[in-house]
Design a protein around this ligand. Sequence first.
Ligand code: GDP
Ligand code: MG
Length: 297
Amino acid sequence: LNGYVGFANLPNQVHRKSVRKGFTFTCMVVGESGLGKSTLINTLFNTRLYARKEVPPPHAERPKTVAIESISADIEENGVRLKLTVVDTPGFGDFINNDDSWKPIVDNIESRFDAYLEQENRVNRAKLLDNRVHACIYFIQPTGHSLRPIDIEFMRRLHQKVNLIPVIAKSDTLTDDEILSFKQRVLNDIAHHRIEIFHAPVYDNEDEETIAENEEIIRKIPFAVVGSDQEIDTADGRRVRGRAYPWGVIEVDNEAHCDFVKLRQMLIRSHMEELKEHTHDALYEKYRSEKLVAMGV
Ligand code: GDP
Ligand code: MG
């Protein structure tokens, strides 16, 4: 191997370096209370990031605006560390008048862009902290009808600022046929309103298996998800994460039952870097250049 230069080893170097530094990822969840946001996050990362919450007493004062709450956790799997931050948006869509529900969320995403921009402009920018939101899971109510005005308004306001990943919440409350036609109507609405959702890119220089896997993921959007932090015994004696019904068990990790596995595949196993890259190269870049133009730079 005389002519071997050695750059074929670059991927391993990058890999070792990232493993040493650890990975960071910030994910936002948006949708009305009770749609299963906290449960899905727990299910996705197999953590109790969100403790089961106590039901507030009826006389407790309810907040009147959308709050933004961020929680971080260091999770580790086979020696690889991931610093996960989840940005929750309690209150979204919960009020009598939800006209401006999207506003504090846009503000939060932009202030994270600003914090990054500010670091880039420093003289010493050795270590940039990336607290930008890399993905936003938007929970659609399982109505079976079509998108509601609040869904469309939110997605239109946000689609050029964050990678939008729409999911059909609590899909165990719909039949398979209802899910199929609901998905189609949701996609039609998204196309009609020219909303850009995150599309896992398919590169044709990848092997056939990867291409087929990616196409399979794309076909499932908007993912019909079911979350659960309970383990349940099935009739045939397996212990699974799922939800029990009189007629049987809905298994979270069973692709015949819901699209949870495909969502996890895209978000965590195959496209986390892609989501971060697209946030930096396209979404942040657009924000940054528009901001510089506005400042007359
Ligand atoms: P959040 O307010 O959106 O964070 O919703 P939570 O995760 O707190 O869940 C609200 C309630 O819905 C809880 O009682 C959950 O057990 C239940 N829940 C969560 N995910 C699902 C789901 O996929 N299907 C069904 N049927 N119920 C769910
Ligand atoms: Mg919650």
